[in-house]
Design a protein around this ligand. Structure first.
Ligand code: FES
Length: 193
């Protein structure tokens, strides 16, 4: 939907959630971070310019301020992601115990390089810093879940399983954060993939 104030993707439910979140803070300004998560969910897992503008409008903050917040924190996606975003830990422990074999196998299977999205939009791949689960390398974060102990030979079957799954998507991850912020009593039930 377009309005004179710009594009709006927030559903009525998202608007209600945002107002419930705002009510937890002394100032509307404090809701910018959770509002960005609501926007990330509503805009399909990332924050295009229109999403930042909508958050600025809904929170009553200058666009430059919202842009500053969104670009500071790495958990906000400023580029389109695949439906499943694969973040492969290549930090010291995982890196020494096969993470690059896993990363290269993922990229070869999907035909992408780190930082890219597959043509069908199903996957994107990135390297990640230590995910703090060093005892079970290789660790790959997919949305709201850690997959651990992966080796290169596991990758093809694992990707097939993920491709057919509605769980752990970028949208579901943003929704899980909103759910964590907003008590269930204040949140209408919803199912997202
Ligand atoms: S080095 Fe991979 S989880 Fe810590």
């Amino acid at each position: 939907m377009s309005t004179c104030n710009g594009e709006s993707r927030f559903s009525d439910q998202a608007l209600a959630e945002l107002e419930a979140i705002v009510s937890h803070y002394p100032e509307r300004k404090a809701a910018v971070l959770p509002a960005l998560y609501v926007a990330q969910r509503e805009y399909g897992g990332w924050l295009p310019a229109a999403a930042l503008a909508e958050v600025a409008r809904l929170t009553g903050r200058p666009l430059t301020e919202v842009q500053g917040v969104a670009t500071y924190y790495t958990m906000y996606n400023l580029q389109p992601r695949g439906r499943h975003h694969l973040e492969v830990c290549t930090c010291l422990t995982c890196g020494c115990l096969g993470a690059y074999d896993v990363l290269h196998r993922i990229c070869a299977e999907l035909g992408v390089a780190p930082g890219e999205v597959t043509d069908d939009g199903a996957f994107s791949v990135a390297e990640a810093e230590c995910l703090n689960w060093c005892a079970e390398p290789t660790v790959v974060q997919v949305g709201d879940r850690y997959f651990t102990g992966l080796c290169s030979d596991d990758v093809p079957a694992w990707l097939r399983e993920l491709r057919g799954s509605d769980a752990h998507t970028v949208v579901a991850q943003a929704d899980s954060v909103v759910r964590a912020i907003l008590p269930a009593t204040e949140r209408p039930g919803r199912q997202v993939a």
